[in-house]
Design a protein around this ligand. Structure first.
Ligand code: BDR
Ligand code: CA
Length: 318
């Protein structure tokens, strides 16, 4: 079993991802760390603690960063995930308490204790990872792999989702994302280029919502809010499965096709949050921000049906 730390900002699609990880026979969750993003840090932590309860997860939950590295709070996408980040169902009690160790310290301690064994699956802004790296730069070589739901690389005709060029998790803390790119860990971006191809259609959503399983029913209920948002912006065939696609990559990378090369993130200006891959064989440019940057994998294609089937069958235990 692959040992994983999930860093997340639940978030409706984060909930799908966490259930997939919890029910996969190939992954062992050692801990879940929370970050600001789909809602403020108090809500994303309360939501994670609720998911731990509903999904019967043993692993601890550690609260992380409430602000990006530049300390400027951005508006939260309440129109996508609800005011509480979890579809405003009123089901999240909000009185559970996270473990007292902060996320960045949990990440550092766990990776140091399990060298070359831990995969970090990052489903939100990359602030906790950047802070962990600042404490312990050696994490980059001690971590087995980092799988990041984030980025938009211009493949498959998809653009950004918070600007024409930026994806939300990267845009929400571009300084952290660039710091993660500069570090020498094995890393893979599962960006909009492939997650937008992975659509949960109404039939699949109905099978999950009306299953006999309480955790799947919860996912089904909160997904209705998410589905309405996507319908409101013209996606009538269903909703894209962003975060669970990154978990699927950790389980079955053979369902994805990648390109490799150094990636940098634009940290300010109108292209803030853009992810730029200098694909291999990397060209050298006069103004050179890519040389000597360790290569990343960037997903450029996905076997979407098999990823969706993996998700559905795993969470339903079918
Ligand atoms: C990403 O942004 C968040 O809103 C989702 O949870 C996902 O991680 C998609 O751009
Ligand atoms: Ca997320």
């Amino acid at each position: 079993m692959k040992k994983v730390i999930i860093d997340c900002d639940p978030g409706i699609d984060d909930a799908m991802a966490i259930l997939l990880a919890q029910r996969s026979k190939d992954l062992e969750i050692l801990g879940i760390t929370t970050v600001h993003g789909n809602a403020d840090i108090d809500h994303t932590t309360a939501n994670t603690l609720h998911l731990k309860h509903v999904f019967a997860i043993d692993a601890p939950v550690h609260q992380g960063a409430g602000l990006p590295l530049n300390a400027v709070e951005l508006p939260y996408p309440t129109f996508v995930h609800g005011d509480d980040g979890m579809a405003d169902t009123g089901e999240v009690p909000g009185d559970a308490i996270a473990d007292s160790t902060e996320a960045e310290h949990f990440i550092v301690d766990t990776i140091r204790a399990n060298p070359h064994e831990i995969t970090i699956i990052a489903l939100g802004r990359l602030t906790n990872l950047a802070r962990a790296l600042a404490i312990a730069p050696e994490l980059a070589t001690l971590t087995k792999e980092v799988v990041i739901m984030g980025g938009a690389f211009g493949e498959n005709q998809f653009r950004g989702n918070v600007s024409p060029c930026a994806e939300a998790n990267i845009y929400g803390d571009p300084d952290a994302a660039d710091a993660v790119c500069l570090a020498a860990w094995q890393k893979t971006f599962v960006g909009l280029d492939v997650t937008m191809l992975c659509v949960v259609d109404p039939q699949r959503q109905a099978r999950i919502r009306h299953s006999g399983d309480a955790a799947c029913q919860f996912i089904g209920r909160i997904s209705e809010f998410y589905n309405s948002f996507y319908a409101s912006i013209g996606y009538t065939a269903g909703f894209p499965m962003h975060d669970a696609s990154a978990v699927a990559y950790a389980i079955a990378p053979e369902l994805f096709r990648v390109r490799t090369g150094p990636v940098r993130v634009v940290t300010n200006g109108i292209a803030k949050g853009e992810t730029i891959l200098n694909r291999e064989p990397a060209r050298e440019y006069q103004e050179d921000h890519w040389s000597d940057i360790p290569a990343a994998n960037v997903c450029v294609d996905i076997d979407a049906i098999r990823v969706l089937d993996l998700y559905e069958h795993t969470i339903l235990g079918a």
